[in-house]
Design a protein around this ligand. Structure first.
Ligand code: DX5
Ligand code: ZN
Length: 218
């Protein structure tokens, strides 16, 4: 089953609660929550208090994407704020394995992300240690960018490994995915689709329905 994880980075922050309830009611699978520290990426979004504030509005799975340096410092706090999964960047952790272990020790799922310029070899050693691999398909930091085609090959490589070793590691893509191009990462083996602007721009309910219809044949 393919999952749709709308990114609330593209929501209207002046009415964030309403925008969260809207994607929930429209049938999204997960809620993708982008946390940026202004160090790992050149932008600052929001942190734990905001996650805590929306946690009471929905029972959907909170997929927290940490674009922050040394996320190990804050894992406990993100769990307490309501994260069901925390995804960290391979480029941002001094000790990747320890960070993954710490996430699991908290009793939540762990994801590992890699930037477009990061070789897939950097994440391969961890595919069997995490619940999800996140292949970034834009340079992280901002919503509304264009999908970088070269990243599709990394999805194929991770998918081949997952199949070969019969792993249940999920494969997520994030950045520039819309209803027109979503079949590209799906064909490559992605099974969790993040979409920010493609969900929140225009008619949210309709956008989610179109995404879900595209998923049917996969
Ligand atoms: C980018 C974030 C993405 C972003 C995606 O740094 O990780 O989750 O919100 O937005 P779109 O779908 O608009 O590219
Ligand atoms: Zn993200």
């Amino acid at each position: 089953m393919i999952k749709l994880a709308p990114s609330i980075l593209s929501a209207d922050f002046a009415k964030l609660g309403e925008d969260v309830v809207r994607i929930d009611k429209a049938g999204c699978d997960w809620i993708h929550i982008d946390v940026m520290d202004g160090m790992f990426v050149p932008n600052i979004s929001f942190g734990m208090p905001v996650i805590k504030a929306i946690r009471g509005l929905t029972n959907k799975f909170f997929d927290v994407h940490l674009m922050i340096e040394e996320p190990i410092r804050y894992l406990q706090q993100f769990k307490e704020a309501g994260a069901d999964m925390v995804t960290v960047h391979v480029e941002a952790c001094e000790d990747v394995e320890k960070t993954i272990d710490e996430i699991h020790k908290l009793g939540i799922k762990a994801g590992l992300a890699c930037n477009p310029e990061t070789p897939v070899d950097d994440i391969v050693p961890y595919i069997n240690k995490v619940d999800m691999i996140l292949i970034m398909t834009v340079h992280p930091g901002f919503g509304g960018q264009s999908y970088i085609d070269e990243c599709t090959e990394k999805v194929e490589i991770v998918n081949a490994i997952v199949n070969e070793y019969r792993l249940d590691t999920l494969i997520q893509v994030d950045g520039g995915v819309n209803t027109e191009n979503v079949c590209i990462p799906l064909d490559a083996g992605a099974n969790v689709i993040v979409a920010g602007s493609a969900v929140y721009k225009g008619d949210v309910e309709k956008n989610i329905e179109v995404f879900k219809n595209k998923f049917i044949s996969f």
